[in-house]
Design a protein around this ligand. Structure first.
Ligand SMILES: [Zn+2]
Length: 331
């Protein structure tokens, strides 16, 4: 699939394509899950309207019912284009660009982009790492909070990185990456030990080896893992090669670093600065979902642009993020 394909200019072709992705075995009723449905095309209905044949259901539906595209007035070919572009552009694509390229209002484009981010969100994450695997954990700061997150008086604001003197207003992000695998990132109110420990505990299998910098945030939780190695960034130490010999005198080298996660943070920051520029703090987690998604379906893992778009379409299911205008109509 490339951008000259008819499904990006023809709403009906886009609909057929979306149906093939969502229902490879034919229409499935989103209300009851039945695979018995009849097309109502020609029977006073436009193509793409189906009716469930189950006697107790009999609901009518289209391919967008129960997805982030439900009740949208934007034609499906434009949705498909936006999905494809947000998946394929390395740094993302702004609502301004979508607005210009698709000839829809900026407001519609903005809502559409956020719904696509929702489709990109991994809503059933499994534990990262495992035996013999390395998970890097690190935190960074992006932008400034509008609202101050006051620090409690009796807690010393020691856990922030250089460059942030006004520590109550930075937006901390904690991210975990499995070496050679996927990333998961979180926007948190404060990078406190309790918050970081909760994230690490809930997302990383204890059989993993944890790699972090020397931050004290990870000291206590690190002890619960199969291993916890640190690099000392304050001493300009970024990679340590840990050589060990096993009982057969075979050399094993463990690379201790947090360079993978630092690399991810730099992709995120370059994208945010270059493409999105303004980001309300309340939406920061949505942008993180977007960058996590692209990283986790990157070309290096063998995922093509077409497959990536397909993953977004499948991820759109069961996530009905409907925004309402003040007058009650949807976009
Ligand atoms: Zn049904």
């Amino acid at each position: 699939m490339n951008i000259t394909d008819a499904c990006f200019s023809d709403a009906d072709k886009a609909r057929v394509y979306l149906e093939s992705l969502r229902w490879p075995g034919g229409p499935v009723c989103p209300h009851c899950g039945s695979q018995k449905a009849t097309s109502l095309e020609g029977l006073k209905h436009r193509p793409g309207v189906y009716q469930c044949n189950e006697a107790e259901c009999r609901e009518q539906f289209t391919v967008t019912v129960g997805t982030v595209m439900e009740r949208s007035k934007i034609p499906l070919n434009k949705w498909l284009y936006a999905i494809h572009e947000m998946g394929a552009s390395k740094k993302g694509k702004s609502a301004h660009q979508m607005h210009r390229e698709l000839g829809i209002t900026y407001q519609s484009a903005w809502f559409m982009c956020h719904r696509i981010r929702e489709a990109m969100r991994d809503d059933s994450p499994s534990m990262m790492g495992g035996g013999g695997k390395v998970v890097e954990a690190d935190e960074t700061y992006y932008g400034r909070s509008k609202q101050k997150h006051p620090l409690s008086r009796n807690r010393k604001p020691t856990y922030t990185k250089k460059g942030w003197k006004d520590k109550g207003s930075a937006r901390p992000i904690v991210a975990l990456v499995e070496r050679g695998g996927s990333v998961r990132s979180f926007h948190i109110g404060h990078a406190t030990q309790a918050q970081v420990e909760k994230i690490v505990t809930e997302n990383v299998a204890k059989e993993s080896r944890l790699h972090t910098d020397e931050s004290r945030l990870y000291t206590r939780i690190g002890a619960e893992f199969a291993g916890h190695e640190t690099v000392k960034h304050s001493a300009k130490e970024y990679v340590i090669y840990n050589h060990t010999f096993d009982e057969n005198r075979k050399l094993h080298t463990e690379v201790i670093t947090t360079n993978t996660i630092e690399g991810y943070f730099s992709i995120f920051k370059r994208g945010m600065k270059g493409v999105y520029q303004h980001c309300d703090e309340k939406h920061l987690h949505r942008y993180l979902s977007e960058f996590d998604f692209r990283y986790n379906s990157r070309t290096a893992l063998g995922v093509t642009d077409t497959e990536r778009a397909g993953r977004i379409v499948r991820g759109a299911e069961g996530k009905r993020l409907t925004y309402r205008r003040p007058d009650g109509t949807s976009l």
